[in-house]
Design a protein around this ligand. Structure first.
Ligand code: ADP
Ligand code: MG
Length: 371
């Protein structure tokens, strides 16, 4: 008798969904990225009971067309990518059409949405576990979209228990991630709040729709943090096989070579004498083309160079690596947080050299005011 059978599609959906939405962090990441992809300039993130009861992300983006209501939460349905070839020129955060469908399988999800032409009349969308639309009812709504996720992991009891056990730590990580989005998003106002059961709503932090990342850093971390930072504006030229050269680092803009290999590093880093007492992950933020991501090797390289100037501290760093979309692969892990950099070794060598050059030429004192 044959023992190999197909897993029923509902179970496959749940298994795969648990890989896309792995924790509280992935929920918030997916929803905020959807808001940014929709062109939002205002994003409100509201937690109830640190996210255990609900997570709500409200934006003022373009909203969802009634023509898309049926497919919005269906697996592998997206407005952002239609074929594999589009992956190399991707300029949106999302592309797999998996987040909303996964959240339907793992929580109770509903969406309220309205477009500019809908006036103050929106629709509330409810879904089945499979992501199929269950109903659209009229409700009052501003232009934009609110996605509400209740009882995260209610369909995966073990994961739910883990979440309950570790909620404070998970919540702390999420706030760190939201700090990163708030710092990198120019022209977007963020407001984050949390309401504990029977308690009042507490504002966690907020930013204005600033025009520079500098102002964002001041909103998020305070003016004092900024005073101890030096601007990062590094240009890395990598020539495989030849290794990095200081010359190419310094004179990047005058190099006539193929710029698709070049990487710019923009942001801020602690002056060597003014690092942080401990290595706090939320004070070391890395982005690739404004996409927050984990870059452990880059972090290691930065910390190594910093250590040779300041043995006792680690730097605050906010670094956006600007590079050609061909130079990396975001399609490595289901949660898209891991990025594969094609020329990592050359990039790290070049980065270390450029940072050394920067620190050697930095005024190490902290000015009274740089604002
Ligand atoms: P992806 O982002 O990979 O396309 P999602 O499951 O996150 O997949 O979203 C599915 C689709 O729903 C998106 O392609 C987009 O068209 C629509 N959508 C999701 N969130 C929003 C939002 N906040 N505003 C407007 N449209 C949205
Ligand atoms: Mg998405």
């Amino acid at each position: 008798m044959a023992t190999i059978k197909a897993i029923e599609s509902r179970s496959v959906h749940q298994i795969q969904s648990g890989q896309v939405i792995v924790d509280l962090n992935s929920v918030v990441k997916e929803l905020v990225e959807n808001s940014l992809d929709a062109g939002a300039t205002s994003i409100d993130v509201r937690f109830k009971n640190h996210g255990l009861d609900s997570i709500e992300v409200q934006d003022n983006g373009k909203g969802i067309s009634p023509d898309d209501f049926d497919t919005v939460a269906l697996k592998h349905h997206t407005s952002k990518l239609s074929s594999y070839d589009d992956l190399t020129s991707l300029d949106t955060f999302g592309f797999r059409g998996e987040a909303l469908s996964s959240l339907c399988a793992l929580s109770k999800l509903h969406v309220v949405t309205a477009r500019a032409e809908d006036g103050a009349v929106g629709k509330r969308l409810d879904f089945e576990v499979s992501g199929k639309l269950n109903g659209a009812t009229v409700t009052s709504a501003q232009k934009g979209t609110t996605v509400a996720v209740e009882d995260l992991f209610c369909s995966l009891p073990v994961r739910r228990k883990e979440l309950e056990k570790n909620i404070k730590r998970e919540y702390g990580k999420v706030i760190g991630l939201l700090h990163a989005y708030a710092c990198i998003s120019v022209g977007v106002r963020y407001s984050v709040s949390n309401q504990v059961p029977k308690g009042k709503k507490v504002a966690v932090f907020s930013t204005k729709a600033n025009t520079t990342t500098r102002e964002n850093i001041v909103n998020v971390y305070g003016a004092k943090t900024l005073l101890a930072l030096v601007k990062l504006d590094l240009k890395l030229e990598m020539e495989p096989g030849k290794g990095p050269s200081t010359q190419s680092v310094r004179n990047w803009s005058t190099q006539a070579s193929d710029n698709s290999r070049a990487v710019k590093v923009e942001g801020h880093i602690s002056k060597p004498g003014y690092g942080e007492g401990r290595q706090a992950p939320d004070r070391q933020m890395f982005f690739v083309n404004s996409r927050p991501c984990a870059l452990p090797q880059v972090a290691k390289a930065v910390n190594e160079v910093y250590k040779s100037y300041n043995h006792h501290q680690t730097p605050f760093i906010f670094a956006n690596l600007v590079m050609d979309t061909n130079a990396y692969d975001v399609n490595v892990s289901p949660d898209k947080r891991t990025i594969m950099l094609h020329d990592q070794t050359a990039l790290l060598d070049s980065l270390k050299l450029a940072l050394t050059d920067l620190f050697d030429n930095t005024d190490h004192t902290v000015p009274q005011s740089t604002l």
